[in-house]
Design a protein around this ligand. Structure first.
Ligand code: AMP
Length: 282
């Protein structure tokens, strides 16, 4: 496995691979890798000839007061995990190499960022779209794999790739969970023992909500109130940031459940802000 810090060097490598007819796969991450990231890598590995994994804690997708400075990191552990999944090239740039001091170009998909995390984290998806576009230009992937844990992010990136005719296939991967249902996240490292013990209630509440909708509840307000009450009872140390039922493609709240709907939540637990979602087919 080759480890590269310099964006130009990455681009040269990947342009050469493409000229040789090799199919490049990309998995972008922010590091502190876990089994969820590794599942993405292993899946990408089956879809390409050369696997590029990026580890970049992208400063432009963090807002003031968010956890950019405290985000967990373990570069040596990450290298071993990427290697174990068959990564050919690990890209670990410094922020200064990715953003010139007078960087002035931004990519944004504002219509899909009006709700959920887009509403709660102003500028977040602009940072994500910009860095992912840069990674596409550098790594020249034909396929890139993203997790459905960040459903809104994947929906936004799919729209971006379609609207700008970027020649890459975006592949979604199911959410990888702990045995007790908690979605794996680098931010789970922030949880205290008590918070960790309570956190599976996030998923359990979503599953109950899905059952309720599948049994016939069509009013999103009723379903949302149910989950709010459920969390008040099962997650007393949690602070609900949002509970929403949205169209899975447009990420706009639904007035009534008439087709597939995404139930998405963000919950603050101590130092962590955890997100999860469930796709409900009716
Ligand atoms: P991050 O390092 O948090 O930016 O995540 C990098 C990629 O891994 C994104 O596409 C995430 O959606 C994905 N990912 C993170 N956690 C999980 C998980 N538990 N299951 C599936 N994909 C995940």
């Amino acid at each position: 496995m080759n480890i590269i810090n310099d964006p130009q060097e990455l681009q040269q490598h990947c342009l050469t691979w493409r000229r040789d007819g090799l199919r490049i796969g990309l998995v972008p991450t922010m590091g502190y890798l876990h089994d969820g990231h590794q599942a993405l890598m292993r899946h990408a590995r089956t879809l390409c000839d050369r696997l590029v994994v990026s580890i970049f804690l992208n400063p432009t997708q963090f807002g003031p007061g968010e956890d950019l400075d405290k985000y967990p990191h373990d570069p040596e552990g990450d290298k071993a995990k990427a290697l174990a999944c068959g990564t050919d090239l690990l890209f670990m740039p410094d922020p200064a190499a990715m953003y010139a001091a007078n960087h002035a170009t931004w990519i944004d998909v504002p219509d899909l960022g009006r709700h959920l995390c887009g509403a709660r984290r102003p500028g977040h998806f602009r940072g994500v779209c910009t860095v992912v576009t840069k990674l596409f230009m550098l790594a020249q992937p034909e396929v890139a794999v993203f997790g459905r844990k960040d459903w809104q992010q994947l929906a936004i990136l799919k729209r971006l790739v379609r609207d700008l005719n970027i020649p890459v296939d975006l592949v979604g991967h199911d959410i990888v969970r702990e045995a007790d249902g908690l979605a794996l996240s680098s931010r789970n490292a922030y949880l205290t023992r008590d918070e960790r013990a309570a956190a599976p209630a996030i998923r359990q509440g979503l599953v109950k909500l899905a059952e309720m909708v599948q049994k016939g509840e069509r009013d999103p307000e009723v379903a949302k109130k149910f989950l709010r009450d459920e969390y008040a009872a099962t997650l007393p140390m949690g602070t609900v940031d949002y509970i929403e039922l949205v169209d899975p493609d447009d990420i706009t709240p639904v007035a009534a459940v008439t087709g597939p709907v995404l139930a998405a939540v963000a919950v603050g637990m101590g130092r962590a802000r955890l997100i999860d979602n469930i796709l409900i087919e009716v």
